[in-house]
Design a protein around this ligand. Structure first.
Ligand code: NAD
Length: 294
């Protein structure tokens, strides 16, 4: 199967490597030529522009920052949609607003192109291991056709409904992760101020009901002051903006998301937009004057 892939950042690059390892014929493009060269050295064909990835491709994948990027790459001037083979499939693996996923799918249908939205969870480590959680929206028969290909990038590939359902599920994921990181920051700050070491708290409670994948990944980063991304605050702000937009459109109450969004905006203003989202602990440190440490 010939695959075109656009977007080789923190996530896209290791995902592309896993497709190459699985033996797929992959043609790649990114606006950053250095990452294109890196993935080409691993066996991919380098495209000179986004459109070139679609040449003879049965499927085109994107792993881009947000809706405007996906829209412009697929439907803008020199967009890929116009040159894809009729009957080919577009799979957007970026985390974007589900309303945009549905609109992009409707426009691509005009070119005879099917679309799945298939955002992922798990971050860079799971992208490298090929063990991401992939949440998919789109027609059942299209999902069945590409499930195996997706399984080379993810340990779980679940269809959540029609197109857009993947990104609705991803927004739910991002709400839970953001609020979880805030809760962890709040609890560790309280614990340390009350005289108990964060490390002891983490070891004592991680196996109980409060334990979580978020806690296992983020508590050590907070204690080690290691805020290298991972998942950047600015990308999480993008996701929470999409949550607030989507919530407004269906009249869903999101008071906790709105509060964590305010915290993330403060961190962005403090120059932490490019740090990992575990840097949320610094919001609490700013209020308390207490720095979390081992
Ligand atoms: P990133 O910024 O590292 O990568 C995006 C890539 O897209 C970059 O290499 C950039 O050069 C490229 N790009 C931007 N505009 C382009 C264009 N017009 N044409 C071609 N290439 C273009 O971001 P990432 O961390 O890899 O995230 C990608 C998506 O995956 C985002 O939607 C993000 O929310 C989501 N996501 C990220 C993580 C994570 O932990 N990083 C986890 C799950 C989901």
């Amino acid at each position: 199967m010939k695959i075109g892939m656009i977007g080789l950042g923190i996530m896209g690059k290791p995902m592309a490597r896993n497709l190459l390892k699985a033996g797929y014929d992959l043609c790649v493009f990114d606006v950053n030529p250095a990452v294109v060269a890196e993935v080409a050295a691993a066996g991919a064909t380098a495209a000179a522009n986004a459109r070139e990835t679609a040449k003879n491709a049965e499927v085109v994948l994107t792993m881009l920052p947000n809706s405007p990027h996906v829209r412009s790459v697929m439907l803008g001037k020199d967009g890929v949609g116009a040159v894809m083979e009729r009957g080919a499939t577009f799979i957007d693996m970026s985390s974007i607003n589900p309303i945009d996923s549905r609109e992009i799918a409707a426009e691509l249908a005009g070119y005879g192109i099917e679309m799945l939205d298939a955002p992922v969870s798990g971050g860079e480590p799971k992208a490298i291991d090929g063990t991401l959680s992939i949440m998919v929206g789109g027609k059942l028969e299209v999902f069945h056709k590409y499930r195996e290909m997706l399984s080379h990038m993810g340990a779980s590939v679940v269809r959540c409904g029609e197109v857009g359902a993947g990104n609705v599920t991803k927004l739910c994921n991002q709400v839970i992760v953001a609020i979880n990181i805030a809760a962890l920051s709040e609890a560790l700050t309280l614990g340390q101020l009350a005289g108990v070491a964060p490390e002891a708290i983490f070891e004592a409670i991680r196996g109980g009901l409060a334990g979580s994948t978020v806690m296992n990944a983020k508590a050590p980063m907070m204690m080690d002051r290691d805020f290298k991304p991972g998942f950047r605050i600015d990308l999480h702000i993008k996701d929470l903006n999409n949550v607030l937009d989507a919530a407004k459109s269906v009249d869903a109450p999101v008071p906790l998301t709105a509060q964590v969004m305010e915290m993330m905006k403060v961190l962005h203003k403090d120059g932490e937009g490019i740090s990992d989202h575990s840097v949320l602990v610094k919001f609490y440190e700013k209020l308390s004057g207490e720095e979390i440490h081992r």
